[in-house]
Design a protein around this ligand. Structure first.
Ligand code: PEP
Length: 362
């Protein structure tokens, strides 16, 4: 399954630009955000794929007879530069952003039984079937605990991503007793991993070095990384918020290859702003911090990296405040804890992003 996608990407990358432009022009004419099985087969034939393989690919990536246009772009690793440079004449507004918004829901240990997991999966699937089309600009990713990952991936709608809350406990790359590697997660269909959460940094003692090693290994294994950074109340009160964040970020991404920034969603999560009774960071301060982080990425990894990397706010986001944060120019998404366990809240949060989008000022 995976190798099929890989080979299509390679073929697509090397196929004639004119063919691709023709194909996209045709979709553009449809303007409905979807591509049918028939068109997909025709398009893939242009890049040398047999009809039977194209049909198999379609079945891999979609449960229905049509495919969301945005997913097709993503699955084929369509070169974002072509979209940005205007070679591909598209009018889908989210493509101007070069990628979808991102919403992650971290289940932590909130659900501890199979029954509760199955029930939430059923609710998520219903939400997506009823309302998925209006959330097509959002990449929604569920982060369940390890033991439920395979179950969730098997049962969840294929367009909703699944990610792990961790990879390896220590010594990334070491494969022996009790270890859960990034490769294992990739093989069951996990595409994301959450790294650097303050629970693991501050309670379980994960160091910047360990987080760096995990980021590097997970990217190598083909996972995308939802990297979390955040300052404690003490660091903030001492005036060290930005320097703490930059220290955590620079350590974690020290060996991220230039073309991997599109696979990083960087979450600013002030430690003091998460969980029951906490107050979220103010929108003004959130924007100031995210702009500083984007500027750091631009200065240290280049403007393409700064555009490709999605910046998220996390910490007490809910259905009532999401729109305020979604309006901030540097917010490309959220990670939610408590609100992600309630479908109506999660739905409002997801919908707030395309509704309030303001392009970042790069
Ligand atoms: C978290 O605990 O990481 C978190 C973001 O939680 P909440 O959204 O509930 O504040």
């Amino acid at each position: 399954m995976e190798s099929t996608q890989g080979s299509i990407s390679a073929t697509f990358h090397h196929s004639a630009r004119d063919d691709i432009v023709q194909v996209f022009k045709k979709w553009d004419a449809n303007k409905d955000g979807f591509i049918s099985r028939e068109s997909l087969v025709e398009i893939l034939a242009k890049v040398g794929m047999k009809e039977s393989d194209a049909n198999a690919f379609m079945s891999t990536v979609s449960t229905s007879d049509q495919l969301q246009y945005a997913d097709f772009v993503e699955w084929l690793c369509f070169p974002k530069a072509m979209v940005q440079s205007g070679v591909v004449p598209l009018n889908a507004s989210f493509l101007g952003r070069t990628c979808k918004f991102f919403v992650g829901t971290n289940w932590k240990c909130s659900l501890e039984s199979i029954e509760s997991v199955d029930s939430l999966i059923a609710d998520l699937n219903k939400m997506w079937l009823d309302d998925g089309a209006s959330m097509s600009e959002v990449e929604l990713c569920i982060f369940p605990p390890y033991v439920f990952l395979d179950r969730v991936r098997q049962q969840l709608h294929r367009e909703i991503r699944v990610g792990s809350q961790n990879a390896w406990d220590a010594a990334p790359g070491f494969k022996s007793t009790g270890v859960i590697s990034a490769e294992m997660m990739h093989s069951i269909g996990c595409r994301w991993v959450l790294l650097g959460h303050s629970d693991r940094r501050n309670v379980l003692g994960e160091t910047d070095t360990l987080i760096h090693d995990k980021v590097t290994k997970c990217l190598e294994a083909g996972l995308s990384v939802n990297l979390t950074i955040g300052e404690t109340r003490e660091a903030r009160d001492a005036g060290n918020a930005i320097s703490t964040l930059v220290d955590q970020l620079s350590a974690a991404v020290a060996h991220v290859p230039g073309d991997a920034w599109g696979r990083i969603a960087l979450a600013y999560e002030p430690v003091w702003a998460i969980g029951e009774g906490a107050t979220p960071c103010t929108p003004e301060e959130t924007q100031r911090v995210l702009a500083a982080l984007r500027a750091w990425i631009r200065d240290n990894a280049g403007p393409d990296a700064a555009r490709a990397c999605r910046l998220l706010y996390t910490g007490s986001v809910n259905e009532n405040n999401a729109e305020v944060y979604a309006r901030l120019p540097d917010v490309d998404g959220f990670v939610v804890g408590r609100a992600g366990l309630h479908i109506s809240k999660l739905k409002s949060i997801c919908k707030s992003l395309p509704k309030c989008n303001v392009p970042a000022g790069l």
